[in-house]
Write a protein that binds this ligand. Structure first.
Ligand code: S6P
Ligand code: ZN
Length: 189
């Protein structure tokens, strides 16, 4: 049985202190995720840059446990589309999740299987309730790293395959220097 433990979110740096695992997502790990394929290929050929990192505390993936992790999305764009996470449904679909904005400026695109979409902006202190059954993808819409804390049932799991297949109905792109939500021409319902 797990004993109580603590770690710390550093609001200055936006990082999780004393994490157990780190997941790195570079451009090469995000093939097919961005809309502008030529810009993606060009950027990746120049350098396989880091898009985001996830700093996780380790807890058993059992019912009742709460996984928690800080994600840092670096500033950048592929064409006009901001750097973002792959995005996923939870494998165990009736599980919710809480996101707390820690540092920087971000956005979160969510969709459910009935075709509804939601976009919410996040700044330090924003608390987003990702409702059960809603897929979620976070986006850095600022010029510094965007970091947020996620807390979720440790047995929720990740379904990346559905998003790889259908995408999200909306894209967040920079237009005239501002984040703008547009329809995703590649979205497959
Ligand atoms: C897990 C939670 C986050 C994401 C992380 C990276 O349920 O939503 O910790 O895993 O932000 O995003 P993704 O879509 O690559 O898992
Ligand atoms: Zn999640």
């Amino acid at each position: 049985m797990l004993e109580p433990f603590k770690s710390a979110v550093d609001f200055e740096s936006g990082l999780l202190k004393e994490y157990d695992n780190k997941v790195e997502r570079r451009l090469s790990n995000l093939e097919g995720i961005f809309n502008d394929a030529p810009s993606y290929a060009q950027l990746r050929a120049e350098e396989d840059g880091m898009v985001y990192e996830v700093f996780e505390k380790e807890v058993p993936a059992n019912p009742g446990q709460l996984a928690h992790a800080v994600t840092v999305i670096y500033p950048g764009k592929v064409g006009a589309e901001y750097y973002m996470t792959k995005g996923h449904f939870h494998q165990k679909e009736p599980t919710a999740e809480l996101y707390l904005g820690v540092k920087g400026q971000g956005g979160i695109i969510m969709q459910n299987k009935e075709g509804k979409t939601s976009y919410l902006e996040m700044k330090p202190g924003s608390l987003v309730y990702v409702a059960p059954y809603w897929a979620h993808r976070t986006i850095n819409i600022g010029s510094e790293p965007f970091s947020f804390l996620a807390i979720y049932p440790a047995d929720a799991g990740h379904d990346y395959g559905t998003i790889e297949k259908i995408g999200f109905p909306k894209l967040v792109v920079e237009q005239e220097g501002k984040p703008t939500i547009i329809s995703n021409p590649r979205f497959k319902r």
